[in-house]
Design a binder for this molecule. Structure first.
Ligand SMILES: Cc1cc2nc3c(=O)[nH]c(=O)nc-3n(C[C@H](O)[C@H](O)[C@H](O)COP(=O)(O)O)c2cc1C
Ligand SMILES: [Mn+2]
Length: 496
């Protein structure tokens, strides 16, 4: 099932009573973000702000946020019932991520209703929030699909990368060369001495952030994967000033170029990041020079309040709890590792921590799992801590994982493996700033850790342990449990 555009998605949320329209006037500066935070804390609905201070009239008067801020709304976006289980939705995503329905190019569409070209471009004409009082500016790109093209293969990529309004027509962005696909494109354009053409799509089918915010393998065009999820090709139109294509029914598209001259980089940050911490001192970043904006009549701005805290899960973490589990599971399958029973990502860590449940086939299997995950570029911002548990431990239960960690894991016997100096997130507050210098290092440096919470096969099987490698647990014998269950009422315990 595909939603044609943001408006149909909003209509479905309305039908399902999963959205509120805010008609009271709200300030884009801090107030809108603080409302969004309070609604996340209350596990509340998506929000459509209809009266934004200073934007009661103009080219764009509405802001939509929170559409994917709960598991039930994510389920709706994927065409499932609201209460779909992890075990149903993750395999679906694993399958769809591997399918492609190529996009088609159409002549025109509503995204061309209004076309503004440089020098008439003014980004401040959009009601872009300053989401958090600590943010360095108005973050225009928090949930936009950022489109670039590989200059060699001509395949397009769509990713979410944050960007802030610099001047009226510039957007400094967090562009990481190592790991991120547009970063690889940027390096290729630099080698050719050409600026990189970029198109930023604000507001479309919810499948767009779901796929652009997570790593699909390099070289795969995310528009084609979105087509697979939609069950019909994405209909794209050519941009006005860059050689790129964008959805014909998108709300707003910002076109431009990012050059390589570091003297033209602009300051970006800080930004309230997915870790729940405010990341980075203001830093000079690659900067997009906007050459055109095209948009629908009565365009709706789409953004997201980033940052997960205990009890308050951002849209990114809700998406990640499904995507990052599915992507990891596909990596493990591709690596040919047997016995994977479940892969679980709790939204609180966004997939920085991940738990893999296995039927143990051999002693070195957990280390093979960690090596496979850490060898994949999908691990750029994720999979810092990998737990491996056996199939009697529920990967979704922190209590059960901690029991296995307490009594099965032995650090001195290889239960903890630290893999230092690996590529990783430059926005992890536990990483020293010098290891987060993207300009120097290309990406951040991470010390990754495996917690092998499986039972050690170096222990010999023992007859007194029922021929197992580990002692039996304190559970009564099955026949004792059955007898007691049968006589339960006789004991006068029927109310327990
Ligand atoms: C809300 C949100 C903000 C993000 N911001 C950034 C960012 O600023 N820079 C970045 O490299 N990745 C960012 N990401 C993660 C990327 O979107 C993710 O790694 C994705 O795989 C990038 O696409 P790619 O794999 O095609 O490069 C963000 C993700 C989300 C959901
Ligand atoms: Mn990609």
């Amino acid at each position: 099932m595909g939603f044609m555009d943001l408006r149909e998605w909003i209509a479905l949320l309305e039908k399902e009573e999963e959205i509120r329209r805010i008609t009271a006037e709200v300030d884009w500066d801090r107030e809108l973000g603080a409302i969004a935070r309070r609604v996340l804390e209350k596990k509340g609905p998506a929000l459509l702000f209809e009266s934004i201070k200073g934007y009661r009239t103009g080219r764009c008067t509405k802001v939509f946020t929170g559409g994917l801020g709960s598991r039930s709304r994510l389920a709706l976006a994927l065409g499932f019932a609201k209460d779909v289980s992890n075990r149903d939705v993750v395999p679906y995503v694993m399958q769809k991520n591997k399918e492609r329905v190529p996009a088609v190019t159409v002549r025109t569409g509503p995204v061309k209703d209004v076309i503004v070209r440089a020098p008439d471009v003014d980004l401040n004409a959009l009601p872009v929030p300053r989401w958090l009082f600590r943010d360095g500016g108005r973050y225009i790109h928090t949930f936009s699909g950022i489109v670039t093209r590989d200059p060699e293969t001509r395949v397009m990529n769509v990713g979410i990368y944050r960007g802030m309004i610099g001047t009226r027509d510039t957007i400094p962005m967090l562009l990481i060369r190592g790991g991120q696909h547009w970063g690889a494109h940027f390096v290729k354009y630099a080698e050719r001495g050409e600026p990189m053409p970029v198109a930023c799509v604000i507001g479309w089918d919810p499948i767009m952030p779901f796929l652009s915010g997570s790593p699909i393998p390099a070289g795969v065009c995310e528009w084609d994967v979105m087509g697979a999820y939609r069950g019909e090709p994405a209909e794209l139109v050519k941009c006005e000033t860059v050689d790129l294509e964008v959805p014909a029914t998108a709300e707003i598209v910002i076109e431009g170029f990012i050059g390589h001259d570091e003297s033209r980089y602009e300051m970006e940050g800080p930004f309230g990041e997915f870790t729940g911490y405010v990341s980075d001192l203001p830093t000079r970043r690659p900067t997009m020079n906007v050459t055109a904006i095209t948009h629908r009549r009565d365009a709706i701005f789409r953004g997201c309040l980033e940052g997960t805290l205990p009890g308050s899960y951002s849209e990114n973490s809700v998406m990640s709890s499904v995507q990052r589990a599915g992507i990891a599971w596909n990596i493990l399958n591709t690596a040919g590792i047997p016995g994977i029973r479940d892969v679980y990502v709790h939204p609180i860590t966004n997939g920085v921590n991940i738990c893999v449940q296995i039927r143990k086939h051999y002693q070195g299997q957990p280390k093979q799992i960690a090596a496979a995950l850490w060898g994949a570029s999908a691990a750029q911002f994720r999979y810092k801590h990998v737990y491996v548990v056996e199939d009697d431990i529920d990967a979704a239960s922190y209590e059960q994982i901690d029991w296995a960690l307490a009594h099965r894991m032995n650090a001195g016997e290889g239960g903890i493996v630290v893999f230092p100096g690996s590529f990783g997130s430059p926005i992890d507050p536990s990483t020293p700033l010098e290891d987060r210098d993207v300009r120097q290092l290309g990406s951040g440096l991470w010390n990754r850790v495996l917690f092998d919470c499986t039972r050690n096969w170096k222990f010999p099987r023992r007859p007194e342990w029922d021929n197992e490698r580990f002692p039996p647990t304190v559970r009564p014998a099955a026949e004792d449990e059955a007898r007691v269950a049968e006589r339960w009422n006789e004991y006068g315990l029927s109310d327990i």
